[in-house]
Design a protein around this ligand. Structure first.
Ligand code: ASP
Length: 300
C-alpha cells in the first residue's frame, strides 16, 4: 500500500493518473512523463480560469492520445482483437455526468462522454448507441488500425496464450478543483486485455470509476474493475472526505476493497478545498499533480 498527499488548500489543483499496475523502470518513467505532460495542459487551463470540468477533459484527452496508456489509442483489446472503449466524466456543482461504454474506435471517448453530459438526456450510452450519439454530435469514427498499437496486439497474444483476461494497467484519469471551488473527475480506458466482448468495467460507471461532488471532492479509480464496481469505490472515497484528508480516505477505501472483495487498484482524489491524495494497493500507478503556485510533480 502506498499513499501520498500533495497540494495546498485554497487554490486550483489537478491530479492525473496513468493506471494502477505493475509497471517498473523505463516503462513507469515514461508513463509518469506522459502524466506530467497531461497535468501541464490541465494546469495551463486552470491558470487561465477554466473550469475543473474543462481541465480534466483536456488532461484525459492528452493521455488518450498517448499510446503508452490503455485509453484511446493503445487501449486494451477484447479477446477478439477489437477496441471497446469506456469513459466517464462528472461535474461536482450540478452532479451532471456523462459516460460511454463498449464504444467502437473514436479518438477521444472522454470528449464523447462530455457531450453526453452536456446533452443531459441520459447519462450512459453503450456500444452502437454510443457510436450513433457520437456521430450525431459531430465526432468522427476512425479506422481501428489507427488506434490499435503493436504493443496492444502483442499483449493480447500473450493474454490469449495464457487463457487469461488480465488487467493491463494504463487506464487514465484526472480530478481537479478550479479557482471557484468546482470539482470534476474523468476516467478513460480500454478495459481489461482479452476481456470478453461486451464486458464493461468500472471506468464508465458513475460512483465506481469516477465521482465528483462540490460538497466533498472528486475521485478517479483504476485497478480491478469488477472489484471497484462491487464496492462503488469512487462514491465511497468521496463520501469519506467529510472526515478525512484525501490520501487517508483513498487508502482506507482501497483497504476496504481488498478486505471485502479481494481486489487491488489505485485512486486519485481532490478535496473540495483543493488538497490532493494518491493511493494504490498495486505495485505501481503513475501520477502527476499540480496546484496554484506549484510546478507539476510526477511519480509512480
Ligand atoms: N479499471 C479498469 C477496468 O477494469 C482497468 C484498469 O484500471 O486497469 O476496466
Amino acid at each position: 500500500m502506498f499513499k501520498r498527499s500533495l497540494g495546498a488548500a485554497g487554490g486550483y489543483a489537478l491530479l492525473v493518473h496513468g493506471g494502477a499496475g505493475d509497471a517498473e523502470g523505463a516503462r513507469l518513467q515514461g508513463q509518469a512523463a506522459g502524466c506530467a505532460r497531461a497535468a501541464g495542459v490541465g494546469k495551463a487551463l486552470l491558470e487561465a480560469g477554466a473550469s475543473a470540468l474543462d481541465a480534466v477533459q483536456a488532461a484525459v484527452e492528452v493521455l488518450e492520445d498517448d499510446p503508452r496508456f490503455n485509453a484511446g489509442t493503445g487501449g486494451a483489446l477484447t479477446s477478439e482483437g477489437a477496441l471497446e472503449l469506456d469513459a466517464s466524466i462528472m461535474e461536482g456543482s450540478s452532479l451532471r455526468a456523462g459516460a460511454v461504454c463498449a464504444l467502437p474506435p473514436f479518438k477521444h471517448p472522454i470528449a464523447i462522454a462530455r457531450a453526453v453530459l452536456a446533452d443531459g438526456k441520459h447519462v450512459l450510452y453503450a456500444a452502437q448507441g454510443a457510436a450513433r450519439f457520437a456521430l450525431q454530435h459531430g465526432f468522427s469514427a476512425v479506422a481501428p488500425e489507427t488506434m490499435i498499437t503493436d504493443d496492444a496486439r502483442q499483449a493480447l497474444a500473450r493474454a490469449l496464450a495464457e487463457e487469461l483476461a488480465r488487467r493491463s494497467g494504463g487506464t487514465v484519469g484526472a480530478v481537479a478543483r478550479d479557482e471557484r471551488g468546482g470539482v470534476a473527475a474523468a476516467t478513460s480506458t480500454g478495459g481489461m486485455m482479452a476481456k470478453r466482448p461486451g464486458r464493461i468495467g468500472d471506468s464508465p460507471i458513475v460512483g465506481a470509476g469516477s465521482y465528483a461532488d462540490d460538497a466533498l471532492g472528486a475521485a478517479s479509480a483504476t485497478g480491478e474493475g469488477e472489484g471497484i464496481l462491487r464496492v462503488a469505490l469512487c462514491s465511497r472515497v468521496v463520501s469519506q472526505l467529510a472526515g478525512h484528508g484525501p490520501a487517508d480516505a483513498a487508502l482506507d477505501a482501497l483497504r476496504y476493497m481488498e478486505h471485502r472483495v479481494a481486489a487491488i487498484g489505485g485512486l486519485i482524489v481532490v478535496s473540495k478545498d483543493g488538497q490532493l491524495g494518491v493511493a494504490r494497493s498495486t505495485k505501481s500507478m503513475s501520477f502527476a499533480g499540480t496546484w496554484r503556485g506549484h510546478d507539476v510533480v510526477a511519480g509512480g
